[in-house]
Design a binder for this molecule. Structure first.
Ligand SMILES: [Zn+2]
Length: 341
């Protein structure tokens, strides 16, 4: 059995100031393939990200280990403990080859408008079920990242996505049409951070619950005159309501929310060919949020490296988790659509 020492290959040569990122960041897809094109290269990268200061045995802290030839394990040279670089992480027990998982994640976060499971299935060469499951897992992870509440002035409005515009009657929505609550920090000329949630209706209870969970107490919510927002004060959120005459006035008064809404609709039309549906809208929103909040600050491939590193800190959700969320209660249609039954 072929064995190779890990400590020398993995230990970072720079000890004084550890690099912010342990993973090499590709500039584009070609570089990505050169860096992460094989199972072996991806495993090396995971080991480097898991132990940025060099391997340390989780049981005895010894710094030397041997990589297992056929499995994703490092055997401690001192105590023989077999450490898995993926244990307890998003990639825990993943059956799919690492280089395919890395490529899925790269295409999802580093490409401009992301990708849907159908495209990923073709590009990565996995079956649809697998592409769908991992798309959901990665999106869920991105959603986990966006936890901090919004502060300062926050523009809030609800929009409707899906279906063809103009067919909804009053507040009742047709099949495949959903409310999305958009909350975005108003920083004068620019938008700050964005939070979005799919909501079942625009009642006061719903709006209040969602806004409370995403906006910090003491922040100022800037909304239209919809009565449902009146309860925000009780939650310690200052409220500035603006009575809006027509939709033209709405986009003048709330330019940031409307810019986000327009972008979101474009992504749904482009990436998803308009076929978003209730079941996986929350994850689509999570991905959109993730990308929007990093539109300027980082290079897209950097998002990939950060996502991998973050993925090492969270536990992956199981297939079962995705089939039991409340979003899937709609007559079981989601189960079929996702190919998870
Ligand atoms: Zn050990």
């Amino acid at each position: 059995m072929e064995r190779e020492t890990v400590s020398a290959a993995v230990a970072s040569p720079v000890a004084a100031t550890p690099p912010a990122l342990a993973l090499p960041v590709p500039a584009n897809l070609v570089e990505f393939m050169a860096m992460y094109g094989t199972e072996d290269a991806c495993l090396e990268a995971l080991i480097a990200a898991r132990w940025p200061g060099g391997f340390a045995c989780p049981r005895c802290a010894h710094s030397k280990g041997w990589r297992h030839a056929n499995r994703r394990l490092i055997e401690c040279a001192a105590c023989g403990h077999q450490a898995s670089p993926t244990a307890g992480t998003l990639l825990h027990m993943a059956k799919l080859e690492l280089h395919k998982l890395f490529l899925l994640l790269y295409l999802l976060v580093a490409e401009k408008d992301g990708a849907n499971a159908k495209q990923l299935q073709r590009q990565v060469g996995v079956n649809y079920k697998t592409a769908r499951l991992w798309t959901l897992k990665f999106r869920e992870m991105l959603h986990e990242r966006e936890r901090d509440k919004l502060v300062g002035r926050v523009q809030i409005d609800e929009t409707i996505v899906g279906g063809s515009d103009g067919t909804s009657i009053g507040r009742r929505l047709g099949e495949n049409r959903n409310y999305v609550l958009i909350m975005v920090e108003d920083r004068g000329k620019s938008c700050g951070r964005l939070r979005m949630e799919a909501i079942d209706d625009a009642t006061g209870d719903m709006l209040q619950t969602v806004v409370e969970s995403r906006v910090e107490q003491g922040a100022t919510a800037h909304t239209d005159g919809l009565a449902g927002y009146r309860g925000l004060k009780k939650a310690g959120i200052r409220h500035k309501a603006e009575v809006i005459g027509d939709s033209k006035q709405a986009s003048e008064k709330f330019p940031k929310v409307h810019r986000v809404a327009a972008l979101l609709k474009r992504v749904i039309l482009g990436t998803l060919q308009g076929s978003q549906s209730r079941g996986w809208l929350p994850w689509l929103l999570a991905e959109f949020e993730f990308r929007f909040n990093r539109r300027r600050s980082e290079k897209r491939p950097l998002l990939f490296a950060r996502a991998v590193e973050f993925g090492l800190k969270v536990t992956g959700k199981t297939r079962r988790y995705f089939t039991t969320r409340r979003y899937f209660t709609e007559k079981g249609t989601m189960f079929r659509e996702m190919g998870l039954t």
